[in-house]
Design a protein around this ligand. Structure first.
Ligand code: CA2
Length: 218
């Protein structure tokens, strides 16, 4: 190759090298972070998986970024809900808690969100799970069962961690005994879904996916 030819070829070679480097660094960033980086020439809002999630919602706890694909919802169930389907079907239906969990997981898979589903008869264990949710879950959905009406500890935990929380009930607590009308956790929750049987869980899942306003993000 003569000197003149090299001079002509150089911009072409340099251009190809630049393109190669842009593509290579996109792949490197993707494998290092496990997330899809913004493709060259695209704006951040064009990236699939970022759609529909506000900045505040992605920035939950510990500076971690969550995309819609990675959204995590913690379902907590309080005392005696492990007995569902075995007693009082006229109030709570015939479905077991495992049956409800299966329905929630099915719908969550369609919505491409991750769920964790837990039950405890112990107030302290529920408090512990709420505390640990900070930075790990975007939303908590809680059927606190009888603790709804009695537990200052649950209310304080929900208030302290600042993870958006939705209160749910299978039965319509407002149509039952007066002591069930009062919820100690309602004032620190985003909202309450009550009286739709197992659909209360599905409605809460749908509401969770659209939660955009996040209080504290530490
Ligand atoms: O309607 C709900 O989801 C409740 O949270 C259920 C609680 C009750 O204390 C709340 O007022 C409303 C009771 C959960 C106990 O579930 C049982 C299931 C089968 C048999 C006995 C209790």
């Amino acid at each position: 190759m003569r000197f003149q030819e090299i001079q002509i070829q150089f911009p072409v070679i340099a251009g190809n090298l630049r393109s190669f480097w842009v593509i290579a660094s996109w792949f490197l960033e993707r494998s290092a972070t496990g997330r899809k980086p913004v493709p060259p020439g695209c704006k951040k809002r064009d990236v699939p998986g970022e759609v529909g999630v506000s900045k505040s919602n992605r920035q939950v706890g510990g500076g971690k970024l969550f995309s819609r694909l990675q959204m995590k919802i913690l379902f907590l169930n309080g005392p005696n809900l492990n007995l569902l389907g075995q007693r009082e079907p006229e109030i709570y239906g015939h479905t077991t808690l495992a049956g409800i969990e299966a329905k929630v997981r099915e719908r969550a898979a369609e919505l491409k969100v991750a769920v964790d589903f837990r039950q405890s008869n112990l107030e302290g264990e529920l408090v512990g799970w709420i505390q640990e949710a900070k930075g790990k879950f975007n939303v908590i959905v809680i059927n606190a069962a009888a603790y709804t009406h009695t537990s200052v500890a649950l209310r304080d935990a929900i208030s302290a961690v600042g993870v958006p929380t939705i209160e749910i009930h299978l039965s319509n607590v407002h149509a039952r005994e007066e002591f069930r009308h009062k919820s100690l956790i309602a004032p620190v929750c985003l909202g309450q879904i009550t009286g739709f049987g197992q659909n209360s869980y599905i409605l809460a899942l749908l509401a969770s996916v659209d939660v955009k306003v996040v209080g504290k993000t530490n």
